[in-house]
Design a protein around this ligand. Structure first.
Ligand code: PLP
Length: 381
């Protein structure tokens, strides 16, 4: 079955087992606990922190989209990453990409380091990770493309190196979704999604996934979600299930809009740089053509001055000045003070996250309206 069809119909196949009414939309099982038929017996559901039918349905659909062993649904992307980090113990070392979502950097620096895990930051798109692998190294962790600088790493190459050294390869696939990239098929062991983004897709729900490659990893993460408790609620699970039905058409439209906007941005005098891996001169362009089915709808650009950047944020109207990404509405973000506010200045500088950098998440509106708005705010004075 093709991906687009799976997004709509995988949901039906699984619901048949649970629901005899013929309902096309999977029910929301808003129950915290489940009655047992008798001592030592279970319907398969005991308590919603462990599992709930609506969450299970969502997990099955997403595991199918990423072709993983299982998917585990958390109450946010950060809860998913926090649970993954519980796989490590004091003394363990993890190699991470230099450019990551700001919240992930904050978690590593302020929570995991305190608990004795050490990190080495490497630019996965440019440097060899091998010299940084030591006795106590356990994993590599990266995004591709990265948030917000759109650096591209070669998943196949990095996972091969990781496996040669017995390391786990963990990829945050939020920026492309399973529609455009499947890291497990390229060798990764764990895939993370902030499903707040493309999978939910409507800027209305916070949620996160881990998709596992092997039953061994599934078992460890099932234990962790049961024990630490950040499981996704039934209603939120249902919202993501609904979002997934339109995943493919939303992304198709967003990418069409993005291509037009990128083309327009590259021609503006006030725009000094455009970071988009769909551009043929982007250093990651060829790798993305090999490992992804599209370039996504995130574009980062630099304007001529800080004043210009601030003026754009003040003047936008149709485009909303807000954090988050990959929803139906086009959003503009100022990484320096929003998503990456807690990142140390030396990291920001090295990654090129300056006071002139803006990040655009292109939505499903008409491209003409978005370009008219950008023209107004960028070229107004
Ligand atoms: C948003 C985001 C996260 C965090 O997810 P939340 O759902 O906001 O907790 C992690 N990684 C990336 C790449 C993100 O964009």
């Amino acid at each position: 079955m093709n991906f687009e069809t799976k997004c709509v119909h995988a949901q039906k196949d699984i619901s048949a087992a649970c629901d005899k009414t013929g309902a096309i939309s999977f029910p929301i099982y808003q129950s915290s606990t489940f009655a047992h038929p008798g001592p030592g017996q279970s319907t398969g559901y005991d308590y919603t922190r462990m599992q709930n039918p609506t969450r299970e349905q969502l997990e099955n659909v997403v595991a199918g989209l990423e072709n993983g062993d299982e998917c585990i649904a958390f109450s946010s992307g950060m809860a998913a990453i926090s649970a993954v980090m519980e796989l490590f113990k004091p003394g363990d070392h993890v190699i991470i990409d230099e450019d990551l979502y700001g919240g992930t950097i904050r978690l590593f620096q302020h929570v995991n380091e305190k608990n004795g895990i050490t990190f080495t930051r490497v630019n996965f798109s440019e440097e060899d990770i091998r010299p940084h692998i030591g006795e106590n190294t356990r994993a590599v962790f990266f995004e591709t493309p990265t948030n917000p600088m759109m650096n591209v790493a070669d998943i196949e190459k990095i996972s091969a190196i990781a496996h040669e050294h017995g390391l786990l390869c963990i990829v945050d696939n939020t920026f492309l979704s399973p529609y455009l990239q499947n890291p497990l098929a390229l060798g990764a062991d764990l895939v993370i999604h902030s499903e707040t983004k493309y999978l939910g897709g409507h800027n209305d729900t916070i949620a996160g996934f881990v998709v596992t490659k092997t039953p061994d990893l599934t078992e460890k993460l099932r234990f962790l979600i049961k024990t630490t408790g950040a499981a996704l609620a039934p209603f939120d699970s249902w919202l993501i299930l609904r979002g997934i039905k339109t995943l493919a058409i939303r992304i198709d439209r967003m990418q069409e809009n993005t291509a037009k906007i990128v083309d327009w941005l590259t021609k503006q005098k006030a725009v000094t740089r455009v970071y988009y891996p769909g551009l043929s001169d982007h250093p990651g362009h060829e790798i993305m053509k090999k490992q992804s089915r599209g370039f996504g709808s995130m574009v980062t650009f630099e304007v001529e001055s800080k004043e210009k950047a601030i003026q754009i944020l003040n003047d936008v109207d149709l485009i909303l000045y807000a954090e988050s990404l990959a929803g139906t509405e086009t959003l503009i973000t100022y990484p320096l003070t929003q998503t990456h506010a807690d990142v140390p200045p030396e990291f920001l500088e090295k990654n090129g996250i300056t006071d002139r950098v803006l990040r655009l998440s292109v939505g499903i509106e008409a491209a003409e309206d978005l370009i008219a708005e950008l023209d107004r705010v960028i070229n107004s004075n």
